[in-house]
Design a protein around this ligand. Structure first.
Ligand SMILES: *[C@@H]1O[C@H](CO)[C@@H](O)[C@H](O)[C@H]1NC(C)=O
Ligand SMILES: *[C@@H]1O[C@H](CO)[C@@H](O)[C@H](O)[C@H]1NC(C)=O
Ligand SMILES: *[C@@H]1O[C@H](CO)[C@@H](O)[C@H](O)[C@H]1NC(C)=O
Ligand SMILES: *[C@@H]1O[C@H](CO)[C@@H](O)[C@H](O)[C@H]1NC(C)=O
Ligand SMILES: *[C@@H]1O[C@H](CO)[C@@H](O)[C@H](O)[C@H]1NC(C)=O
Ligand SMILES: *[C@@H]1O[C@H](CO)[C@@H](O)[C@H](O)[C@H]1NC(C)=O
Ligand SMILES: *[C@@H]1O[C@H](CO)[C@@H](O)[C@H](O)[C@H]1NC(C)=O
Ligand SMILES: *[C@@H]1O[C@H](CO)[C@@H](O)[C@H](O)[C@H]1NC(C)=O
Ligand SMILES: *[C@@H]1O[C@H](CO)[C@@H](O)[C@H](O)[C@H]1NC(C)=O
Ligand SMILES: *[C@@H]1O[C@H](CO)[C@@H](O)[C@H](O)[C@H]1NC(C)=O
Ligand SMILES: *[C@@H]1O[C@H](CO)[C@@H](O)[C@H](O)[C@H]1NC(C)=O
Length: 775
């Protein structure tokens, strides 16, 4: 009966196409019918319709080019040995995955000479890989993962030179990784994980120049972790966890600029943690736990601020202290090491930590869950339930030797008397102030925590929350001198006569307890910053739902108001504008490069540059963006003012110094142009804009300069501004470079201002002349 049917079938096709195609289609039809994979007894079964079946894909001539059977397929389990592979001369892709395939891979599979894609993963295949697989020379994708294939990895696999993807993982392969695999020059993805592979990692793998994923985890590899791995600069994922590797971490890991995942867990890798690992920008997972790392942690590593990053260095032999500067990232696991010293407050920047089982001592920051610090016997706490449940010591008085105790007993009263005396002298200088605050009075930072009131004050005298409320009549509108995105600014005269600006933040909804130790620490750091071009932050107060910052008062208000006021803009002549831009550059350079931890302003704009009565410019509001966002749910929200935000922030969350550099470029240009330079920025790439002359865009409200030095300075500011506005953050100069350029003595240029075009400002010659180098 079948023969009769097939004859009809053949006739139908035969009338449509040439003889060779007919026989090819005929062969395929026969093979499909004989395979037993498809149920020929079903009512709707019609072999002529095979190209429309879910599992079969044909080319235009009706010949089968792909067979795809996977979890979603309605077929019963196919039997690999019943397919006539010789019949499929046009088959390019064969996928039989998650289909409960049993038995071995038949050697006849080698007949599929056009095959480029073979996926037999997630089945129960046994036996060895047939040697005939080497015939599949067109193969670029080979996946036989999650089976029970035994034997060694055939060294002849190197003949499949077009392979880009090779997954042999989760099988029972034994023996070594053949060094011949180094010939698979196109390989991008190599996964041999979860087998019984022994021996060392062949050095020939260094020839896999295109490799991005290397997974050799869960095997029995031994020998050294090859240093040459770091030559494979396209690597994104490296997983060699759960092996028996020895040796040290290559010191130049930092070369792998694309690395996102480095898993070396559970090996015996020694040596110290390489500083170069600190330079990998995209790193998300770093797991070197359960190894033999020794030495100290590099102090600058944890300053990274990729909110996705997770670092696991637990179960090693790392000693020394936890670095005091720790950035914002997801997870830091350091348990079971030999760490000593105290827990830095900055550890609160990390979402999840575990530093248990070390030799840490001293107080536990409030943000730290005690379950994450257990097994450090010298830690202390003054919170009763923590002490009782976790058997921590009491923090005060410091439990040192008796000698120290004595000193404390003698020194403390003396110190208090001294401080009191000093404060009395200061107080006498000013008028009477109310004595409601019973806390210590010093000339350095004072922190008051009085019930639900929390204040930091870093100025002569003491902070009296009530005085401020009184001075502004509870923030009456009459005292309001400005409103911005973050809050309203009030002018207040304190009882001692001093005039300050109060910035009351609005939109503040977080609960008081979220202002933990690290936040207070941060406020303290900001109040301790001193620079002649930075508006002094005297203090900070937080009371129930009122939060305000206390600043030095700047008489002329913001650069924005000056530039947009036609009268003041004229008074604000070229010399003043140039020294304003220079001042901003010095301030930002100081924040980025001279503070113990770099401070990124995040919101440089003309509204945040303030001018005093002498037209001296100062940067204000640095770091305040974070005050608003200081609750764990949205710490990484992009701060900034539209029109000043670096373009890369549209697609990355990494707020860094280079974002400030861009905003500075906008402010500098705006100061020259007299209005926001959005038109110039939008069309800067176009030749017609580039041919515009500089003097045409300069603020027309003030006369063009004729002094050579002023002309040179204007050109310099313009060159610097355009360099800072480079769309590529890496090509922008650092603020240090900018401020050094401004600080360098230069001779006047012998150029006519009227001849300089925007294009020339973008040129390397002028950049070099002004010592602007890219970083
Ligand atoms: C497989 O197909 C080829 C070509 O159609 C044919 O020559 C051969 O006899 C077939 N083998 C079997 C076992 O059916
Ligand atoms: C094939 O289809 C027929 C008719 O639907 C059914 O009775 C038979 O059980 C099916 N055979 C298999 C192996 O599924
Ligand atoms: C099979 O399908 C073809 C065309 O798709 C049709 O001509 C033929 O009659 C069908 N055969 C049966 C037995 O239904
Ligand atoms: C597959 O078919 C072959 C030959 O017909 C047979 O020997 C084997 O037992 C079958 N395998 C399975 C798992 O049914
Ligand atoms: C690799 O593929 C290219 C085109 O994709 C082909 O021309 C070449 O012959 C293939 N190489 C081998 C060794 O088959
Ligand atoms: C590597 O990748 C590049 C870009 O994808 C490609 O042009 C090249 O042919 C690949 N192979 C080798 C050996 O570089
Ligand atoms: C490597 O393979 C293991 C086991 O097969 C798997 O658990 C792990 O996720 C893989 N690593 C990467 C980076 O994909
Ligand atoms: C790795 O790269 C360095 C520098 O590019 C080169 O000197 C060295 O020979 C390379 N190592 C290997 C094994 O190719
Ligand atoms: C580390 O690997 C060894 C061998 O693979 C295993 O016995 C041990 O349990 C692993 N350790 C951990 C912590 O997983
Ligand atoms: C780790 O600390 C323990 C206990 O203090 C000490 O015995 C061991 O030598 C230390 N190991 C290293 C590598 O510092
Ligand atoms: C921290 O690590 C220790 C030891 O590895 C473990 O016992 C403890 O459960 C961990 N704590 C948390 C909160 O995961």
């Amino acid at each position: 009966m079948w023969i009769a049917f097939l004859t009809i079938c053949g006739l139908i096709i035969g009338t449509q196409s040439s003889a060779t195609v007919t026989s090819q289609l005929q062969m395929e039809a026969n093979a499909i019918l004989n395979s037993g994979w498809w149920n020929t007894s079903e009512a709707c079964f019609n072999i002529s319709d095979r190209c429309t079946w879910d599992d079969i894909f044909c080319n235009d001539a009706g010949s089968i080019k792909a067979i795809k059977i996977d979890w979603g397929s309605k077929l019963a389990t196919p039997n690999l040995s019943t397919l006539n592979y010789s019949a499929f001369n046009n088959l390019e892709s064969l996928v039989i995955s998650g289909s409960d395939l049993d038995g071995t891979i038949p050697k006849e599979i080698g007949h599929l000479s056009k095959l480029t894609h073979l996926d037999l993963s997630h089945n129960y295949l046994k036996g060895q890989l047939p040697p005939s697989i080497d015939n599949l020379r067109q193969l670029n994708y080979l996946d036989i993962s999650f089976n029970f294939i035994q034997g060694s990895i055939p060294p002849e696999l190197w003949l499949l030179k077009n392979l880009t993807f090779l997954d042999l993982s989760n099988n029972r392969f034994k023996g070594e990784i053949p060094s011949s695999l180094g010939n698979l020059k196109q390989l991008e993805d190599l996964d041999i994980s979860s087998n019984y592979i022994q021996g060392s990692i062949p050095l020939e793998l260094v020839f896999l120049k295109n490799i991005t994923t290397l997974n050799l985890s869960h095997n029995r590899l031994n020998g050294n972790l090859p240093i040459s791995l770091t030559n494979l600069t396209k690597l994104v994922y490296i997983d060699i966890a759960y092996n028996f590797l020895t040796g040290i971490l290559p010191p130049n890991f930092g070369q792998l600029k694309k690395l996102q995942v480095l898993m070396l867990k559970n090996n015996s890798i020694g040596g110290t943690f390489p500083i170069s690992l600190t330079n990998i920008p995209l790193l998300e997972t770093l797991d070197i736990s359960h190894n033999s790392l020794i030495g100290y942690l590099p102090s600058d590593f944890f300053t990274l601020t990729n909110y996705k990053t997770s670092i696991d260095l637990s179960y090693n032999l790392i000693s020394g202290e936890i670095p005091s500067m720790i950035g914002n990232f997801r997870q830091l696991l350091l348990s079971h090491n030999n760490l000593t010293g105290t827990i830095p407050h900055s550890i609160c920047n990390v979402n999840f930590i575990n530093i248990s089982q070390n030799y840490l001592r001293g107080p536990i920051p409030n943000c730290v869950d005690p379950y994450r610090v257990i097994g450090n016997k010298d830690l202390c706490s003054n919170i009763p339930y923590k002490k009782i449940y976790f058997e921590f010591q009491t923090c005060l008085p410091p439990k040192k030797s008796n000698k120290v105790k004595h000193y404390v007993f003698i020194a403390l009263p003396i110190l208090i008397i001294l401080i009191l005396a000093l404060s009395l002298i200061i107080c006498f200088k000013f008028r009477h102030t109310s004595v409601k605050n019973k806390h210590a009075i010093t000339t350095t930072t004072t922190t008051t925590t009085n019930g639900d009131l929390f204040c930091v004050w870093n100025y002569d005298g003491k902070i009296a929350f009530d005085d401020i409320i009184k001075a502004t009549e509870d923030f009456d509108m009459r005292y309001c001198i400005g409103t911005g995105a973050y809050g309203s600014v009030y002018k207040a005269q304190l009882p001692c006569g001093k005039v300050v600006a109060l910035k009351k933040l609005h939109g503040y909804e977080a609960d008081v307890p979220s202002f933990d130790e690290s936040f207070r620490n941060e406020v303290r750091i900001l109040t301790e910053i001193k620079h002649r071009h930075i508006v002094k932050l005297h203090g900070f107060c937080l009371h129930k739902r009122i939060m305000f910052l206390i600043y030095q008062y700047m008489e002329r208000g913001s650069l924005f108001t000056v530039l947009y006021d036609d009268v003041e803009a004229v008074e604000f002549n070229w010399r003043k504008r140039i020294s304003t831009v220079k001042g901003i550059a010095f301030a930002l350079s100081y924040l980025h490069h001279d503070c113990t931890a770099p401070i990124v302003h995040r919101d440089v704009s003309t509204s945040n540059i303030l001018l005093n009565s002498e037209w001296k410019a100062s940067v204000s509001d640095f770091g305040t963006a974070r005050f608003l966002q200081y609750d764990s749910s949205n710490r990484t929200i992009v701060a900034g003012t539209i029109g000043y935000i670096a373009p890369e922030l549209a697609y990355t969350m990494a707020v860094n110094e280079k974002c400030d550099v861009y905003s500075f470029g906008v402010v500098a240009l705006e100061t020259l142009v007299g209005k926001h330079p959005e038109d110039i920025l939008a069309s800067l790439q176009s030749p017609s804009t580039q041919s515009i002359k500089l003097c045409q865009v300069l603020d027309q409200r003030i006369p063009l300069p004729n002094n050579e030095i002023v002309i040179r300075d204007i050109i310099q500011v313009a060159v610097v501004a355009f360099a800072c506005l480079n769309l590529n953050p890496r090509s922008r100069p650092t603020m240090k470079c900018v401020s050094e350029s401004f600080a360098t003595e230069l001779t006047p240029l012998k150029t006519l201002l009227s001849e300089i075009s925007l294009q020339q400002l973008l040129s390397q010659e002028l950049k070099a002349l002004f010592h602007i180098v890219n970083h």
